[in-house]
Design a protein around this ligand. Structure first.
Ligand code: C2E
Ligand code: CA
Ligand code: CA
Ligand code: CA
Length: 281
């Protein structure tokens, strides 16, 4: 038994070692990708549940690896956060999304696209000069600030420091709108939402998943929708995969959603084709 324990420990040690090596390799490769600009954006429609019309898009980053192909963000965002590379990646994402919107805007009828949603990591948000950068990019690309929605997470609000609220207010003063992503998965208190510079709550996919079968889950989603209404916030449900999901959310009074039922994230060209030709998905 002693021998087995020892070899188990060795295996554990070598697993740990290879995990560290893998992480380091990932970091090095990611660093290279940042320098070479090996990223691309996909866009997922945000749909008016009553009309099935795509009214907005969320920009989602992918790593375009020359050998390994397209790598989803779940496989590199964490390392990007830890290493600080997320700041450069996030800057590129914002610029690319605004560049794309500025091109779309020239062709689309006014009001066709309501906004573009861009994810902002905590580290990126807290980087000095972030607000100036947002202002500068909106200016450079001639995009109306009201066309930009920034998605932040509850992690950013957890400290509840005045600086964060002031920065959010500054963005709001520019005309930029703020969504809380993955709402309900963090541990922040609800009180902070009152009178705060927030426009949208995005209900996390994990709540939508079991909503149809589980009465508790159903009640939870219903209460988030109710909370949003009480606080005069918009609500967007994510991870809508079935007509049952959509119908349930509509009955609850949730006006907007995104999910595979409507579309997976697609290329900018495909997203534009949706906006331009078919009004409906
Ligand atoms: P998120 O912001 O919660 O984005 C939604 C994720 O759910 C996307 O995954 C999307 O493809 C996926 N999704 C949408 N509808 C469905 C559905 O019906 N079913 C299922 N199973 N999944 C659905 P994706 O693109 O892999 O992104 C994962 C996460 O990576 C994002 O979660 C976000 O946290 C992060 N991320 C993506 N792009 C960026 C970025 O530019 N900056 C930062 N900081 N984070 C990003
Ligand atoms: Ca998001
Ligand atoms: Ca989300
Ligand atoms: Ca999520």
């Amino acid at each position: 038994a002693k021998g087995a324990g020892k070899s188990q420990w060795r295996r554990y040690e070598s697993d740990l070692h290879s995990a560290m090596v893998q992480r380091l390799e990932l970091r090095t490769a990611l660093d290279h990708a940042v320098n070479e600009g090996h990223f691309l954006l996909h866009y997922q429609p945000i749909v008016d549940l009553h009309t099935d019309e795509a009214v907005a898009f969320e920009a989602l980053v992918r790593w375009h690896h020359p050998q390994r192909g397209t790598i989803p963000p779940d496989q590199f965002i964490e390392v990007a956060e830890e290493s600080g590379l997320i700041v450069q990646i996030g800057r590129w994402v914002l610029e690319q999304a605004l560049h794309t919107v500025s091109q779309w805007q020239r062709i689309l009828p006014p009001g066709r696209l309501h906004y573009i949603s861009v994810n902002v990591s905590v580290r990126q948000f807290r980087t000095p000069g972030f607000i100036d950068e947002v202002r500068g990019l909106l200016d450079t690309y001639g995009v109306d600030p009201r066309m930009l929605m920034l998605e932040i997470t509850e992690t950013l609000l957890m400290r509840d420091d005045e600086q964060t609220w002031q920065d959010l207010q500054k963005l709001r003063d520019l005309g930029v709108r703020i969504a809380i992503d993955d709402f309900g998965t963090g541990y922040s208190s609800l009180g902070y939402l009152r009178q705060r510079p927030i426009d949208v709550l995005k209900i996390d996919k994990t709540f939508i998943d079991d909503m149809v079968d589980s009465p508790q889950q159903h009640a939870l989603v219903q209460s988030i929708v109710g909370l949003a209404r009480t606080l005069n916030l918009k609500v967007v449900a994510e991870g809508i995969e079935s007509p049952e999901h959509r119908d349930t959310l509509m009955r609850m009074g949730c006006p907007l959603g995104q999910g595979y039922l409507f579309s997976r994230p697609v290329s900018a060209a495909e997203a534009f084709a949706w906006l331009n030709s078919h009004a409906r998905l």
